[in-house]
Design a protein around this ligand. Structure first.
Ligand SMILES: Cc1cc2nc3c(=O)[nH]c(=O)nc-3n(C[C@H](O)[C@H](O)[C@H](O)COP(=O)(O)OP(=O)(O)OC[C@H]3O[C@@H](n4cnc5c(N)ncnc54)[C@H](O)[C@@H]3O)c2cc1C
Length: 554
C-alpha cells in the first residue's frame, strides 16, 4: 500500500477495502492489531486493518512504556510469563534499537517492608537467569551508602538497601506506528477512523465486516476469509457484533503524570511502593521529565467512557514520590502532562473477588463458532509473540476451509522494523558529520533516536523548507519537520495525532503544545488541504481539550 501522501493513502485504502477480497481483516489498530497485520502480511496473506480512531489511540499509547520481563510477575510465581517477556524484550531490542532501549532500575527497600533485601536479591537472580545470556545487564544489590551515591534524591531514613537491575523502555505509540508502517510497506491495507459495525456471514461463518468511514460517513462491506478482533478494551463489544458469549473483560484505569525530573532528582527508574496500598509504581526518567505511574482502579463506565486523569489519581501518585524523594515537594500544579488508559484484562470468574491489581495480565485468544478470532489481555512487551500465535490460528483456519496456498513461516523474529537496522547513535553521528541541516547535534540525536533509519526522511523536509528546522515548542527538541513527516508518512490527521502520539509534546509539555497548536495546524493545513478557518478551529479545539484536562487535576 502507498503511504507517502497525507490524503492519498486514505482514499486508496478506503477504495481497496470495498473492492478486494482479503485473507485477513484485523479490527483494531493498537499494538496487537499492528503486530498481527505485520506478521500476516510478511507470511504472504492479503491483509486489511481498520482502526476506529487514530492508530494507538486506545491503550497502546497510554502504557508505562516498559518492555520488561515483569519483576512483579515473578513475585506472583508466573515464571512462564517472565521468561517469555524477557525473551521478547531482547528480540525487540534487536529489531528496533531506536524504539526499545535499556533502562536502569533502582528498587529501594525500607524498614517495615515485607520484602527483605535477600528476597529481592533472590528474585533478581531469578530475573537474570530467566533472561539468560540475553539479559541487558546483570543486577547488583546496593547497601544504603551506595544507594545514596547513585540516587541521592531517595529517602535515606529507614533505607535497608536497594536492588539495581536493567529492563527496557519504549515509545509505545511510535512502536505501533512503525509496526503499522512496516505492514503497509509489505502490502497491507491499513486505515484509521474506520469502525467495524457488524459482521457479514455465509453459512454461519464470518466472511467479512461492515465498516463505516468516520470521516466521510461511507458504509463499506469488506470481504475477508478470516477476521481477528484486536479491539483491546472494546474486544467484548466487537465480539458481541458476532453474537453473545465471546471475551469478557474487566477494565481497569491506569493513570500516569509527568513532572520536571529536576524536581524529583532521579537518575534511574525508581521502583516504589505506593503509600496508600503498597502497589508497585515507577518513576521513569523521560529526558528532562519524569513519568510517574501508575494507578489501578476499576473503570465501570465501559470502553466508550474515556478514562480521565482525576485529582485523586494525581494525589495518589505525588504523595508517594514526595515521601520517597522528600526534596521533590511536588504539587498538582507541577504536573506538566498526564494520561489515563484502560487495561483490557480478562475478567476472572465472578466468584473470585479480586482487587484490580490482582487480576491476571495474561492474554486469551478465543475462536468463536463463527470463526471470529478474538484476543484480549496481554502486554505491550509480548505483542510479537501473541501476534505470531494468532496468525498461526488464522493460517490453520484458512487451511481447514480448503485454502491450498502455501504461506511462508513467521518472519517477525528476525525482520527489523523500518527504522531498526542501524544503531541510532551511528545514524546520528553520520548525520551530524554531514551537517547542513540547520539543526543542532542534540536535535539530530533526538531525531535519530526516534526515527532510526527513517531519520533521512525527516531531514529531507528541512531541505525542502528550512523553516521546518525550528522546534515546535522552544524547550523541547521536537522539530516542525516531524509535523510534516507525521502527516505525509505516518497517517496523522489531527493535532492530537501529531502532538500526543507521533510526538509526545502534549504529554511532556501540555501547555506548551497548546501554545504551539496554531503553528502546528499551519504546517498540517498545507498538507491536508485545510483552509485557514479549519486550521484555526482545529488549533482552538486542541487547546481547549488541554485546558479542560488541566482543570480536572488543578
Ligand atoms: C496504565 C497501563 C500501563 C501499562 N503498562 C505496560 C507496560 O509498561 N508494559 C507492557 O508490556 N504493557 C503495559 N500495559 C499493557 C498494554 O498497554 C496493553 O496490553 C496493550 O497496549 C493493548 O493493546 P491492544 O492493541 O490490545 O489494545 P488497544 O491499544 O486499545 O487497541 C485496540 C484498538 O481497537 C480499536 N477499536 C475498538 N473497536 C473498534 C471497532 N469496532 N472498529 C475499529 N477499531 C476498533 C480501538 O480504537 C483501539 O485503538 C499497560 C496498560 C495500561 C492501561
Amino acid at each position: 500500500m502507498r503511504c507517502d501522501n497525507g490524503a492519498g493513502w486514505r482514499a486508496d485504502a478506503l477504495a481497496a477495502l470495498g473492492r478486494e477480497q482479503f485473507d485477513l481483516l484485523v479490527v483494531g489498530g493498537g499494538i496487537n492489531g499492528a503486530g498481527i497485520a505485520r506478521d500476516a502480511v510478511l507470511r504472504g496473506l492479503k491483509v486489511a486493518v481498520v482502526e476506529q480512531g487514530d492508530f494507538a489511540s486506545g491503550t497502546s499509547s497510554r502504557s508505562s512504556k516498559l518492555i520488561h520481563g515483569g519483576l512483579r510477575y515473578l513475585e506472583q510465581g508466573n515464571v512462564k510469563l517472565v521468561w517469555e517477556s524477557a525473551r521478547e524484550r531482547e528480540r525487540l531490542r534487536r529489531l528496533a534499537p531506536h524504539l526499545v532501549r535499556p533502562m536502569r532500575f533502582v528498587y529501594p527497600l525500607y524498614r517495615g517492608s515485607k520484602l527483605r533485601p535477600w528476597m529481592l536479591n533472590a528474585g533478581l537472580w531469578g530475573y537474570d537467569l530467566l533472561a539468560g545470556i540475553r539479559s541487558v545487564k546483570r543486577h547488583r544489590m546496593l547497601r544504603p551508602a551506595a544507594v545514596q551515591k547513585v540516587e541521592p534524591a531517595l529517602r535515606m531514613e529507614g533505607l535497608r538497601g536497594a536492588g539495581e537491575y536493567w529492563d527496557c523502555w519504549t515509545n509505545d505509540a511510535r512502536l505501533v506506528v512503525e509496526t503499522m508502517l512496516s505492514a503497509a510497506q509489505a502490502g497491507a491495507v491499513i486505515v484509521s477512523r474506520v469502525r467495524a459495525v457488524g459482521f457479514i456471514k455465509e453459512g454461519g461463518r464470518i466472511a467479512g465486516a461492515r465498516l463505516v468511514d468516520g470521516v466521510g460517513g461511507a458504509e463499506i462491506t469488506c470481504r475477508a476469509r478470516a477476521v481477528v478482533n484486536a479491539a483491546g478494551p472494546w474486544a467484548h463489544k466487537v465480539s458481541e457484533l458476532d453474537g453473545p458469549g465471546g471475551v469478557r473483560l474487566r477494565l481497569t484505569k491506569g493513570v500516569h503524570v509527568i513532572v520536571p525530573r529536576s524536581r524529583v532528582g532521579n537518575d534511574a527508574a525508581l521502583v516504589l511502593h505506593a503509600r496508600r496500598d503498597r502497589r508497585v509504581m515507577f518513576v521513569i526518567p523521560w529526558g528532562t521529565h519524569a513519568l510517574i505511574g501508575t494507578t489501578d482502579t476499576d473503570h465501570p463506565g465501559g470502553p466508550d467512557v474515556p478514562p480521565r486523569v482525576e485529582a485523586d489519581d494525581v494525589a495518589y501518585l505525588l504523595e508517594t514520590v514526595n515521601y520517597y524523594c522528600p526534596a521533590a515537594a511536588l504539587r498538582p500544579s507541577d504536573v506538566v502532562g498526564g494520561y489515563a488508559g484502560l487495561r483490557p484484562l480478562i475478567a476472572p470468574p465472578e466468584s473470585e473477588a479480586l482487587s484490580p491489581s490482582a487480576v491476571s495480565r495474561e492474554e486469551e485468544i478465543h475462536t468463536a463458532a463463527s470463526g471470529l478470532i478474538s484476543m484480549a489481555g496481554g502486554k505491550l512487551t509480548t505483542f510479537r509473540l501473541v501476534s505470531e500465535q494468532i496468525v498461526d490460528r488464522v493460517v490453520a483456519a484458512l487451511r481447514a476451509a480448503g485454502d491450498s496456498r502455501t504461506f511462508g513461516p513467521c518472519r517477525t523474529v528476525d525482520t527489523p522494523l523500518p527504522g531498526g537496522r542501524v544503531d541510532p547513535a551511528i545514524l546520528a553521528d553520520r548525520a551530524i558529520a554531514q551537517n547542513g541541516h540547520r539543526m543542532s547535534g542534540p536535535v539530530i540525536a533526538h531525531l535519530a533516536a526516534r526515527y532510526g533509519e527513517r531519520l533521512a526522511d525527516v531531514l529531507s523536509h528541512v531541505q525542502q523548507d528550512s523553516s521546518l528546522a525550528a522546534p515546535v515548542v522552544p524547550t523541547e527538541p521536537d522539530a516542525r519537520a516531524e509535523v510534516a513527516h507525521a502527516v505525509e508518512h505516518e497517517f496523522a490527521m489531527t493535532l492530537e495525532d501529531v502532538l500526543i502520539r507521533r510526538t509526545q509534546l502534549g504529554l511532556v509539555d501540555a501547555s506548551g503544545s497548546a501554545m504551539a497548536a496554531p503553528e502546528v495546524a499551519r504546517v498540517m493545513a498545507t498538507r491536508l488541504g485545510w483552509d485557514e478557518a479549519t486550521a484555526a478551529r482545529e488549533a482552538a479545539a486542541y487547546a481547549a481539550a488541554v485546558a479542560s484536562d488541566r482543570e480536572r487535576w488543578g
